[in-house]
Design a protein around this ligand. Structure first.
Ligand SMILES: Cc1cc2nc3c(=O)[nH]c(=O)nc-3n(C[C@H](O)[C@H](O)[C@H](O)COP(=O)(O)O)c2cc1C
Length: 278
């Protein structure tokens, strides 16, 4: 039987992220088991940049709930993420979780090609900021199939599903989760990854800051990515980055450790740190 995991990244009980995830999950026609995780109830610490998880077969050494979450994601046949927009980007806990994917290569055998829906409620029109682009990184690192990245305007808790249009869209996402449905980028989005942000380069060139694809902004305002041949999330580029480049950097660090310590030395005694008294 299939397993579907809903990951809710909002403290707000029965808020928009939660009810949207539940509406999608309850409309999956296939027989499946359903599980929900409220990430904000768990202990997710910042990545400590030890790079231990880069080694094949290694898990994260931090004693918190990350390994529980990633295990549940690995086991699941599909992932539904509900994450609100907080100050122009996705809720900070989502970024914390994404930062813990240095060991993504150890999980991709399980997650590759599995369907993932991202649903992002936001409260103020025009305040979506960089949320959509930023939210794509997590499923891309796990090489999941993006079914949709749906931004839903809804300010008050529950408001997202007052709209019949939103209800039927959520139902359709549930119904079509396990069929061939895949995110189709709009004409003003990166055709490679779906990001809606671009960096302007010289000579009308634009670059997608998420997948790195390059295209041309034509005089009529349309985007042409027909000559683009780069995607940082391709299997080849991901393997190169994680299996070669990052491991090389680890070796470089080992080789230069003593030399780097010399640079750090003069800052060691500048202990101006403060902490609240417990
Ligand atoms: C701290 C905070 C920051 C927010 N920042 C934004 C924002 O920048 N843009 C926006 O459109 N909505 C913003 N919102 C509104 C939420 O995105 C919106 O209410 C959403 O429906 C909340 O989802 P939830 O019910 O799942 O928590 C913010 C809400 C909070 C609490």
């Amino acid at each position: 039987m299939k397993k579907v995991l809903g990951l809710v990244i909002s403290n707000r009980k029965l808020g928009n992220s939660e009810i949207l995830v539940k509406e999608i999950m309850s409309n999956i026609p296939e027989e499946c088991t359903r599980e929900l995780i409220r990430l904000t109830d768990l202990d997710i610490k910042p990545c400590r940049a030890c790079y231990r998880c880069l080694q094949p077969g290694e898990s994260c050494a931090i004693k918190d709930d990350f390994n529980f979450v990633i295990e549940r994601i690995r086991e699941a046949d599909a992932l539904i993420i509900g994450v609100p927009v907080y100050f122009l980007g996705p809720h900070g806990y989502y970024k914390m979780l994404t930062d813990r994917l240095v060991g993504a290569q150890n999980y991709v055998h399980h997650t590759k090609g599995k369907p993932c829906v991202i649903v992002m409620p936001y409260g103020s029109m025009g305040w979506e900021g960089y949320s959509k682009a930023a939210s794509l990184v997590f499923p891309k690192l796990l090489r999941m199939k993006l079914v949709d990245c749906w931004l839903v305007h809804s300010t008050l808790p529950g408001e997202s599903l007052l709209s019949p249009k939103n209800i039927s869209y959520a139902k359709a996402l549930g119904r079509e989760l396990f069929n061939e449905r895949e995110y189709q980028a709009g004409s003003r989005e990166c055709p490679v990854c779906g990001s809606d942000l671009f960096r302007f380069l010289n000579d009308h060139q634009v670059e997608c800051p998420i997948c790195g694809a390059r295209g041309i902004l034509k005089n009529n305002g349309s985007l042409d990515f027909s000559d683009s041949d780069y995607n940082r999330f391709s299997d080849q580029n991901m393997d190169e980055h994680f299996n070669n480049w990052l491991l090389e950097m680890k070796e470089r660090f080992r080789a230069q450790k003593e030399y780097l310590k010399e640079v750090q030395k003069s800052y060691r005694d500048q202990s101006w740190w403060i902490k609240p008294l417990r």
